[in-house]
Design a protein around this ligand. Sequence first.
Ligand code: ZN
Length: 318
Amino acid sequence: MDDTYTAAPRPKVAVTEVGTRDGFQSEPTFIPTATKAAIVDALIAAGVRSLEATSFVSPRAVPQLADAHEMLAVLQRRADAHIAALVPNARGAERALGAGVDEMVCFVSASETHNAKNLNATIEQSLGHVAEVAAVASGHPVAIRGAVACAFGCPFEGEVPVDAVLRIVDAYARLGVDRLSLGDTTGMAVPPTVSRAVLAIRERHPGMRIALHFHNTRGVGLANVMVGLDLGVREYESSIGGLGGCPFAPGATGNVCTEDLVYLLEESGFDTGIDLDALIGVAKRVEQVIGRTLPGQVMKAGPRLRRYEADAVRRAVG
Ligand code: ZN
């Protein structure tokens, strides 16, 4: 965007990179610790200042991220780059504290069936685990974010009522959690469900910071981001190259792609602080690491004003 005509600074939008957690956790092979750390370092060098870098879930449950502690130790930590990690219970919280994370992300599904499948617990039991995490974190300089999985639909139960989301958000609020992440775990969000949930939460908990975490499973991830932007939401979670989803499940695509999101935000007049070209470089590196093509589109087409040598482009007929 040409800033020549606008005196006001561009509104800032925070982009949280979740690829090394949300994406790598479902890769079929273990990615070496040093490679993971190098990708996080490269993302930070590209200007990313918030990352959900790994997960302190049981190494037996998610062997791909069993190296959470080592990975964070290898990173080039810097004061202005905020490192979060997923934390399922008190044990995970203690490990995360030991690794010096800036933020612990707790998660509960708004769907009872998904929560049982994913966490092997009832929603009530999972909220009990969040309380344990909050107790461990208490007195330490660490933030807690409450994620709500299946906030916009559940593959087992279908439509997820806003009241089911509010029940979790209310519980988070009672525990002093003041930042949320609304997760569209299987890509079921559509513009009306996004605005319904955001408006309902705002009305009940005006002080809550809301981040939106969309998956692009049905191709409307960025449309949902636009709805969030219109509502004034200024925090989004995405993965480099669109990493994520299970490679064995056709159609189970990953998160909204970070470069595509940054491209949209910057071209819409928002300031992400992220260098798009550098980000595209990281996405290409990640493709080499995982050995397959990623769904990101801007990494293939390049920035909007990328120019071609007229003579070098072959003419297509029709
Ligand atoms: Zn996700």
